[in-house]
Design a protein around this ligand. Structure first.
Ligand SMILES: NC(=O)c1ccc[n+]([C@@H]2O[C@H](COP(=O)([O-])OP(=O)(O)OC[C@H]3O[C@@H](n4cnc5c(N)ncnc54)[C@H](O)[C@@H]3O)[C@@H](O)[C@H]2O)c1
Ligand SMILES: [Zn+2]
Length: 356
């Protein structure tokens, strides 16, 4: 098993990665069981795939455990689902000692984590990510939240899990499109942090059917853990993890939830943001081409035609706006990134044209 720490003082926790982990070793959680009520937050299909087996294993080992499912899709990250989960937890007799397990992708992790952050002013929770995107990104770092009609993730908390348990075998049932979307976020780590890793991903993508997930997940988690350990609350370096996200989130809101996957939107967002980095002179033509070719070679669904002028208001609505100025992440050569407020509207509009 590969393990490493997210270092956050008394809120530090480990990320454990091993194929077969949840089948073999649900007892990774045994040391946290003190007779409290456990709640698995998940989705119906995931219960069928591996949730019931996992729950049985916990019960056989003396856990008092129930489960709550939420619907599939971004719409489940809502106030309604949030309050339904809270009511159900109260009915199940949960209290301040309760522990939550988020078994699922980013949707389950974001809602479940937000429930954990606020139920009885905060209870312990564990992340068992089941999508590639959740394994490399959303399960780590404690960002939790739900959407409101005005935009994505506008309500939430930074609240760290007690442990993240990653079993790459769970990806076996994950649809290809979801896997490819997750690779979008993996490319991001190479682009912003480690050029060597990026070039390695490029070579892996040439034979995508044999993509070495264990390796890619390990390096991605390590990068995310390192960045979060330096800047938990996103005052500085953590902002670069939003590379591709200002435009990506805008695409998600503009096209409508369910029309584009998060990782896909981020991949397209990285293409435009790469273009902007080139225009601002902070990446060479050759390096930009490497990034753009990688994204173009990723088998992503075709993007509907985008009207840049219609997308722009969604970009300006981004959480990263401070005092009306957009804090934009650009590349500082491949393998490094920085934020800038120098990206004006005309340049954004120009950069969106590369998407059509
Ligand atoms: N908190 C963070 O730091 C952070 C970071 C990135 C993304 N996010 C959020 O994550 C969400 C996207 O997450 P996602 O891409 O994991 O999508 P998702 O959670 O919607 O999962 C995608 C689909 O795959 C199914 N699925 C999950 N695991 C499966 C498996 N092993 N086998 C078969 N089917 C499986 C799910 O039921 C779902 O229908 C977005 O809401 C995004 O905003 C959060
Ligand atoms: Zn993301």
């Amino acid at each position: 098993m590969k393990s490493f720490q997210v270092n956050l003082g008394d809120r530090s926790y480990s990320i454990d990665i091993k194929s077969g982990l949840i089948k073999e070793d649900s007892l990774l959680l045994a040391k946290y069981n003190h007779g409290q009520k456990w709640i698995i937050i998940t989705q119906h299909n995931l219960m069928e795939l591996f949730g019931y087996n996992f729950l049985k294993k916990l019960e056989n080992n003396g856990f008092d455990v129930d489960f709550i499912t939420i619907p599939k899709g971004e719409a489940a990250k809502s106030i309604n689902e949030y309050s339904r989960i809270i009511s159900q937890m109260i009915q199940y007799g949960c209290d301040r000692k309760t522990s939550i397990i988020c078994l699922g992708g980013g949707v389950v992790g974001d809602v479940g984590g937000f429930v954990a952050s606020s139920f009885m002013r905060g209870v312990d929770y564990f992340q068992i990510p089941t999508t590639l995107l959740a394994m490399v990104d959303s399960s780590i770092g404690g960002k939790t939240g739900i959407n409101v009609s005005e935009g994505k993730n506008l309500v939430g908390a930074i609240y760290q899990p007690k442990r993240v348990i990653v079993d790459p075998n769970l990806l076996e049932s994950l649809p290809k499109e979801e896997v490819n979307a997750g690779i979008g976020e993996i490319i991001k780590y190479g682009a912003i942090w480690n050029k060597e890793f990026l070039l390695q991903i490029r070579s892996w993508l040439m034979d995508i059917n044999n993509f070495p997930f264990d390796n890619a997940i390990y390096t991605s988690c390590k990068i995310k853990a390192e960045i979060v350990s330096k800047d938990e609350n996103e005052h500085g370096i953590r902002k670069i993890l939003n590379f591709g996200h200002t435009i990506g989130h805008a695409l998600e809101s503009y096209l409508g939830y369910g029309k584009i996957r998060h990782g896909e939107a981020v991949a397209f967002g990285m293409k435009s943001s790469g273009y902007i980095s080139g225009k601002l002179g902070s990446i060479s033509k050759n390096d930009l081409l490497i990034l753009i070719n990688m994204i173009d070679n990723l088998p992503l669904p075709e993007l509907p035609h985008i009207n840049p002028n219609h997308l722009l208001p969604f970009i300006k609505n981004d959480k990263k706006t401070e005092k009306g100025k957009l804090n934009f992440v650009i590349l500082d050569n491949l393998g490094n990134a920085k934020t800038t407020t120098k990206v004006d509207e005309d340049l954004i509009i120009e950069s969106l044209k590369v998407l059509n």
